[in-house]
Design a protein around this ligand. Structure first.
Ligand SMILES: [Ca+2]
Ligand SMILES: [Ca+2]
Length: 202
């Protein structure tokens, strides 16, 4: 099977997993893909009392079985998990060590909407990507992409909302040839995180 055919069949399988439960065929036995490095968060997103489930994980796809990072949002309906959103976050450049490192799912900026932050490792030379999504509105089960931050290493600096991020830029990635320790803060006016300290031009 060619790489494209393999990818297409995986895409079809994912589509089937998304469509089947909502079409009333939730009890049929569909083979589940293996989730690698899964991170599961249980939190209340909508107006019902039950908690929903956000999962961030890697799938190994294609001929090279390279990791691709996804998140999915599960809502429990009549005893079965229905996945109301499935989003591809990050595509590995080809190394099996790349992919999901860390994930945060909560109100990270203090605006009452839930954010999904996903930290992925690409390669030692390329570095890491932090991809941020935000609940479309309070009580929504859907998320839209907010922004992407790239650097050599990305860690959370302040965990309490509004969260801040430390982004290390190594000397070989900086025009002035020295290490930078960027600090990214939530900027309410711009509605995204912006670098405020020791920033490298992007
Ligand atoms: Ca709920
Ligand atoms: Ca928020």
């Amino acid at each position: 099977m060619s790489r494209n055919a393999a990818l297409a069949s995986v895409a079809l399988l994912l589509l089937a997993l998304l469509v089947l439960p909502s079409s009333g065929l939730g009890s049929s036995q569909v083979p589940l893909p293996t989730l690698y490095r899964p991170h599961t968060f249980k939190l209340n997103l909508d107006r019902d009392a039950a908690r929903e489930r956000v999962q961030v994980y890697d799938l190994r796809q294609g001929a090279m079985m390279t990791p691709t990072t996804y998140f999915r949002v599960g809502d429990r309906r009549k005893g079965a998990w229905v996945y109301v959103e499935l989003t591809q976050v990050f595509q590995s450049p080809g190394s099996s060590e790349s992919g999901l490192v860390q994930a945060w799912v909560r109100d990270l900026n203090g605006d009452k909407r839930v954010e999904i932050a996903v930290r992925d490792f690409a390669t030692a030379s390329v570095g890491e990507t932090l991809t941020l999504y935000r609940q479309k509105k309070v009580h929504s089960l859907r998320f839209s992409k907010l922004q992407t931050i790239v650097g050599d290493k990305i860690v959370i600096a302040r965990r309490k909302a509004p969260a801040t991020w430390n982004v290390l830029i190594k000397a070989n990635h900086a025009p002035d040839g020295r290490d930078h320790h960027e600090l990214w803060r939530w900027a309410p006016a711009q509605k995204k995180w912006l670098c405020t300290t020791d920033c490298v031009p992007r």
